[in-house]
Design a protein around this ligand. Structure first.
Ligand SMILES: *Cc1c(COP(=O)(O)O)cnc(C)c1O
Length: 432
């Protein structure tokens, strides 16, 4: 299948090129030229299929033409060696728990898939010395770094905003060493993202180095996120509860929700989506005014959503022919201050016993505020609450236990290189 750039100023490319390049040369994001509807028989049977079977069917629709079936199956099955269960929280509201992977956030799904697909292509091309650049607001860095750890021929550079990720998040990518370099940028997540994008457009760097990106701008990270929308639906279908399903997605860069929009395009019966934001309400404002005004991100307690210029907005526009009215038929927006996030975590914990993380709290509260009686709401619980230990413990006034997987990371020693947000310093570091 071919992939086109959302800016449409460059030729279409193969899957391999889209994955290896990451960003299109015209700064657009790659999109699959076809979004195939899956057959009715698939939807009729979905309740009896496993996560891996479902995911392979979805993966085949995008990647089946370009990767042989056995390889693709291996990649999918190996990526999904953990579950994404749907848990009942209250009334008609369910939590899609995406924190059971190795780094305890949903980024494990795309990060692991991409690491495997990219390694496959690199081997096929006989390439060595590939540099993977990834900007992180907290969780992408660890998922990608752990996905690529010890993979031969690949070196990962994780750029993260100094002082703006939680301590535990930081441990997960600064203690690995080996083929992982953590770069602490004196700036915001948007500055980190801008450095990565600029690196791709720098002719000199691209002549000398093999660069690729592992942010959700990369199709190999972004499309696999559709898998768990299907599987969540399947779990409710099995219980006869899959009518009028509404997905509420805590959003930052909008990669996760865009994967859901793709699932809907493939025929998954989703009634609508809610994009739940923190105080970085750029998308909400766009829905109100029709004008997209990116602005510097502000720091919140849902730090992985502190994005002031969401990359995947370009994909949302593209999917809906740039029409605000069409976008509004599928997506509504809402946003929450830190205080209301705190209130939600506290109240939900005391009333239902379910402990939300600050990101999932936005998704959950959006359903409390917007879900209609005849609808079933699923919010994406995007990370484990223990990743935000200090914040969550201070909200509920009690200590929470840290899963073993997380504790293991906390034992390592932090290794990172500090830089300012000027491109020159970053470039020199890459060339060293
Ligand atoms: C990355 C992240 C988000 C935002 O997802 P996008 O795909 O960038 O919209 C939300 N919550 C958590 C915990 C994250 O790590």
């Amino acid at each position: 299948m071919k992939y086109y750039s959302t800016n449409r100023q460059t030729p279409e490319v193969s899957l391999q090129e889209a994955v290896v390049k990451g960003l299109a040369p015209d700064r657009g994001l790659y999109m699959p030229e076809k979004i195939k509807a899956l057959p009715q028989s698939f939807y009729d049977n979905i309740g009896s299929m496993s996560f891996q079977e479902i995911a392979y069917t979805v993966a085949d629709a995008f990647f089946g033409e370009d990767i042989d079936a056995d390889t693709l199956k291996d990649i999918v099955y190996d990526t999904l060696n953990f579950d994404t269960p749907v848990a009942h929280v209250t009334d008609n509201i369910y939590s899609l728990e995406l924190f059971h992977g190795p780094t305890l956030a949903f980024k494990d799904v795309g990060g692991r898939f991409m690491a495997r697909l990219l390694s496959y292509f690199i081997k096929k091309q006989g390439q060595k010395d590939v540099k993977v650049l990834v900007a992180t607001s907290g969780d992408t860095g660890s998922a990608v770094a752990n996905g690529f750890l010890r993979v031969e021929g690949i070196h990962v550079y994780v750029l993260y905003p100094k002082g703006k990720v939680s301590r535990i998040q930081e441990c997960q990518f600064t203690t690995l060493g080996q083929n992982i370099t953590a770069i602490e940028v004196d700036g915001t997540f948007d500055d980190c993202q801008a450095l990565v994008k600029t690196a791709f457009l720098d002719e000199d760097l691209n002549k000398k180095l093999n660069l690729t990106s592992a942010n959700s701008i990369n199709v190999a990270r972004f499309l696999p996120q559709a898998f768990y929308y299907f599987y969540a639906y399947a779990q409710l279908a099995k219980q006869g509860k899959a009518k009028n399903v509404v997905f509420s997605v805590p959003s930052g860069n909008f990669g996760n929700i865009t994967a859901g929009l793709i699932a809907k395009r493939m025929g998954l019966p989703i009634k609508r989506f809610i994009a739940a934001n923190n105080s970085n309400d750029i998308f909400y404002e766009y829905l109100q005014t029709g004008i997209y005004t990116p602005r510097p991100s502000v720091q919140t307690i849902a730090n992985a959503m502190d994005v002031g210029d969401p990359s995947n907005f370009a994909r949302v526009l593209d999917l809906y022919d740039k029409s605000l009215d069409k976008i509004k038929t599928d997506i509504s927006g809402i946003w929450y201050t830190d205080n209301s996030i705190r209130e939600t975590v506290k109240k939900t914990y005391s009333e239902t016993g379910y402990l939300l993380d600050p990101h999932g709290a936005c998704g959950y509260q959006a359903l409390i505020d917007e879900l209609k009686d005849n609808e079933t709401g699923i919010f994406l619980e995007t990370a484990h609450p223990a990743k935000f230990l200090e914040v969550v413990e201070s909200i509920i006034g009690a200590s929470i236990s840290i899963p073993d997987k997380l504790q293991a990371f906390m034992k390592g020693e932090k290794q990172s290189i500090g830089i300012n947000k000027e491109f020159k310093e970053f470039k020199n570091l890459l060339l060293k």
